[in-house]
Design a protein around this ligand. Structure first.
Ligand code: NAP
Length: 497
């Protein structure tokens, strides 16, 4: 069947970094029937949600942009959250998307019937579309710690992704649970306040210090309107990140040795007190948990008003936190820097593919996809930044650009009539995931630690190969990996427009 004449209708779910990108790329490809649903009242995804003090991106800002839109306004090498939020708002607005997005409207139901997707939104609207792209992000479901008595605390408590800006921390006794990337940024910032800060660390982390260059007005002017210069800067940073951090965690022995040396030296040089240094020294390989880029955390943890508690938490009580040695730390505020549940993806959406099979049933054992974005049984449904898409310490924007181009190639195959529907076969998914598993043993993520990279079976849900390999494998869709017979259910397709 040839769909050449058809202008497919596409629903993009989410107007964060990858949703904005997908909408722009769909339009560039001449696809105009696009509905964009966004649960919140503005674009930005993670950068809209995370407003905690110190929020910044630890990927250099000049490579944390779309390849088609460099930005001369960054104030620092590691851009602050509000600047990144403004960048995405600016790109959405310049591309005329802001007026097209259905804000405050999330997707509740998404069912595949009769060859199309039937959507019901939180406002009760019904849409019928050919394709759905879930650009719903990875780290957006706050993970609350499973600590006894969590709800019994009488003071103020919040997760870092839901920062309570009404509470002034000055003069307060504050406890932060967690020492991940988020916690390190929060602690660096709030430790400067006149507060009494206790950091509850369960597992120490390896940190690399990269100086955070400040861009002067002169620096910014030199780059203003110079897209080629900005693109060159972006490529330079990307080259460095790929050949240092990313290689270090995916089997590059020399890079791993260098990064390990740098992390250990950083700790040795930054923390003079041997007792504190011992508390901060991990017992697992560097890069096993996500490497933290911070030039401020070690200074922060050594401030006079900051105390590092390494005794495990037993419970949370009305007055504060009780550790397993029975000691109670009285607190006014508890901040949960406890990360996210990364395996929910587009859920809790009621997503059902062919024959009414739900995503919960499909992923009951494991969240897996073909090339991170196609799920057998869910034709014409794509998941951006799905299972195994994260690339260690690299820009998710670059990954999404490769994915969006690949999705467009698949839609084009559908338009050409090469595929009756874009649905990866079960075999292709299995073999792709076997290929991923085969690459994991040489990565740093199996270095004997717990992290959000690991799924319930302890398998890293990451891309274990190089960036070049990622790009290469998304160049040309392998037709044999897709279903070629149109199941009865795929009929009838809408008549040609
Ligand atoms: P995370 O890396 O998952 O860290 C969660 C922290 O909470 C860990 O220290 C963990 O300890 C602790 N924790 C969780 N449950 C606990 C419990 N029951 N008791 C005690 N401690 C508990 O989360 P995150 O810091 O929010 O970072 C998540 C990811 O977001 C990062 O890896 C990164 O990819 C991204 N991020 C990026 C940036 C950036 O600059 N680009 C900034 C922030 C976040 P254990 O280690 O013992 O589990």
């Amino acid at each position: 069947m040839n769909n050449q004449q058809r202008n497919p209708s596409v629903a993009v779910i989410g107007a964060g970094m990858s949703g904005i990108l997908m909408a722009i790329k769909l339009r560039e490809a001449g696809i105009t029937d696009i509905s964009i649903l966004e649960k919140a009242d503005k674009v930005g995804g993670t950068w809209r949600e995370n407003t905690y003090p110190g929020v910044a991106c630890d990927v250099p800002a000049h490579m944390y942009t779309y390849s088609f839109k460099g930005n001369s306004h960054w104030s620092h090498r590691f851009a602050l959250g509000d600047e990144i939020q403004s960048y995405f708002e600016g790109v959405a607005s310049e591309n005329g998307l802001a007026g097209k997005i259905r804000f405050n409207e999330s997707l509740d139901q998404c069912h595949f019937r009769g060859g199309q997707w039937h959507l019901t939104t939180s406002k009760g609207a019904q849409l019928v579309v050919d394709f759905v792209v879930a650009a719903t992000g990875i780290l957006h479901h706050p993970a609350y710690p499973d600590i006894k008595g969590l709800d019994s605390f009488n003071g103020e408590m919040w997760h870092t992704a839901q920062w309570n800006h009404d509470v002034d921390l000055r003069g307060k006794r504050v406890g932060v649970i967690g020492t991940g990337s988020t916690a390190c940024q929060v602690i660096s910032e709030i430790s400067k306040l006149d507060c009494d800060l206790t950091v509850f660390q369960r597992t120490p982390q390896w940190l690399i210090s990269v100086p955070d260059k400040h861009y002067s007005e002169q620096d910014k002017t030199a780059l203003k309107g110079k897209q080629r210069k900005l693109a060159a800067l972006s490529r330079r940073y990307a080259f460095i990140m790929r050949n240092t951090f990313s290689k270090a965690v995916t089997g590059g022995k020399l890079q791993h040795a260098l990064i390990s040396w740098a992390a250990k030296r950083n700790l040795r040089k930054s923390v003079r007190d041997p007792e504190l240094r011992a508390k901060l020294t991990p017992d697992y390989s560097v890069g096993c948990k996500r490497l933290i880029i911070s030039s401020t955390f070690y200074d922060a943890i050594q401030r006079d008003n900051v105390y590092l508690e390494t005794m495990a938490i037993q419970s949370i009580a009305e007055q504060g936190i009780v550790t397993v040695d029975g000691a109670a730390k009285e607190l006014d505020v508890i901040i949960l820097a406890t990360g996210f549940s990364p395996f929910n993806f587009m859920r809790p959406m009621d997503l059902r593919g062919r024959n009414g099979v739900s995503i919960d049933e499909t992923w009951a054992k494991k969240a897996q996809a073909y090339r991170s974005l196609c799920i057998p049984g869910f034709p014409n449904f794509f998941l951006m930044l799905g299972p195994n898409s994260p690339i260690g310490n690299y820009s998710v924007i670059a990954m999404s650009e490769v994915q969006s181009a690949y999705i467009l190639k698949l839609i084009e195959l559908w338009k050409q009539g090469e595929l009756p529907a874009v649905e990866a076969t079960q075999e292709a998914k299995e073999s792709y995931n076997a290929y991923l598993r085969a690459g994991m043993s040489k990565t740093a993520w199996v270095g004997g630690c717990q992290s959000w990279y690991l799924d319930g079976d302890g398998d890293p849900a990451m891309w274990p190969y190089s960036w070049d390999q990622w790009v290469k494998e998304h160049q040309t869709p392998v037709l044999d990996d897709f279903v070629h017979e149109a199941p009865a259910e795929l009929e009838p397709l809408r008549p040609a427009a």
